[in-house]
Design a protein around this ligand. Sequence first.
Ligand code: ADP
Length: 402
Amino acid sequence: MTRVTEEQILDALKTVVDGDKDIVSLGMVSGLQVKDGHVAFAIEVAAERGPQLEPLRQQAEQVVHALPGVISATVVLTAERQAAGASPAHRSPGDTPLGPPGAGGNGGAPAAPQARPQAAPQAAPQAAPQAAAPLMPGVNAIVAVASGKGGVGKSTVAVNLALGLAAGGHAVGVLDADIYGPSMPRMLGISGKPVSTDGRRLEPMENFGVKCMSMGFLVDEETPTIWRGPMVTSALQQMMRDVNWGALDVMIVDMPPGTGDAQLTMAQQVPLAGAVIVSTPQDIALLDARKGLNMFRQVDVPVFGFIENMSYFTCPHCGERSEIFSHGGARREAERLGIDFLGEIPLDIAIRETSDSGRPIVVSQPDSAQAKTYRAIADKVWEKVSQVLAARETSTPKIIVQ
Ligand code: ADP
């Protein structure tokens, strides 16, 4: 296969002009990475010009994508030239994406690949709940749904929890941050891509009264897994800041499974009010759940509790309950660790069928025992959220004008 070189890419980019000069001569191209036909770079612009330069971003993406040997091209606009806040030395080119992601098949993956997650276990926690204000001013509380490993039913819990909260009368959003396997669009029965009505911010997608934004909308499906971790920082920023979330009582974040760098970065970057950890009863999953607990403790995010998924099996024919795995492990572990236990969800065919087909059980069979279980968990989570909000209220310094 033809291999594309950096020189060829820069040559092609010399045809992209901003004003009377090309973007390469203007020194606007930074962080160029080429790997196995996948190309990523940033275009540095002044922050205030960001919204107008989306066509320039798209043009740059198209000329690179058209080169022989290029499989994907990912271009982001960054406000590196007007570094407000963090010092440039500590920011990656993908940290400040300005434009909405392009709607094209290749458009909009948000970060240059060398943008390493900046989390270090020792890093000072930045996730104070109050930090929600500048990013998503209308969102009252953000709750992460996490798991120590994949396949334990974290996304299924996240979607039914969100719908359970909505059933309780709350305004709810879901931010699907599972960069490795974004499943919220499918579980919420949402297809298509978000659009921007004002040319600046994306409108979230919506179904069953719940707003949703997903990594799946931003990251090109062809993006190699190895690049996804590094994209976390900017994709998250984009989903929080560049989406018109409006006023929400609570936002549920479906985290990527595991407790690695990418997850830690997220736990730091999203101003979380708290987290719930989903686990199956097997010992190994519980070990992983403990790692999840430690991760949130490291970044000072309160863990609201454990949820045991696939806890027991109820025969759909005779109703007999069998405890296939050693049921109750998560409850015991929660007690041991001094964490609340929020509930147990059975291994159940209807749960699987409904969430996998985009009609989660809380909305499609609201009178079922399973839906009641999810709603009870949602009530407990809301109780925890209310406590955090009340504490925030009393701890926020009041400014008294005399
Ligand atoms: P994760 O987000 O942890 O990777 P998912 O929520 O995607 O896991 O679930 C993995 C699979 O297990 C899905 O097919 C889902 O429908 C199924 N599943 C999740 N929870 C249950 C449950 N309680 N009973 C039966 N199947 C479930």
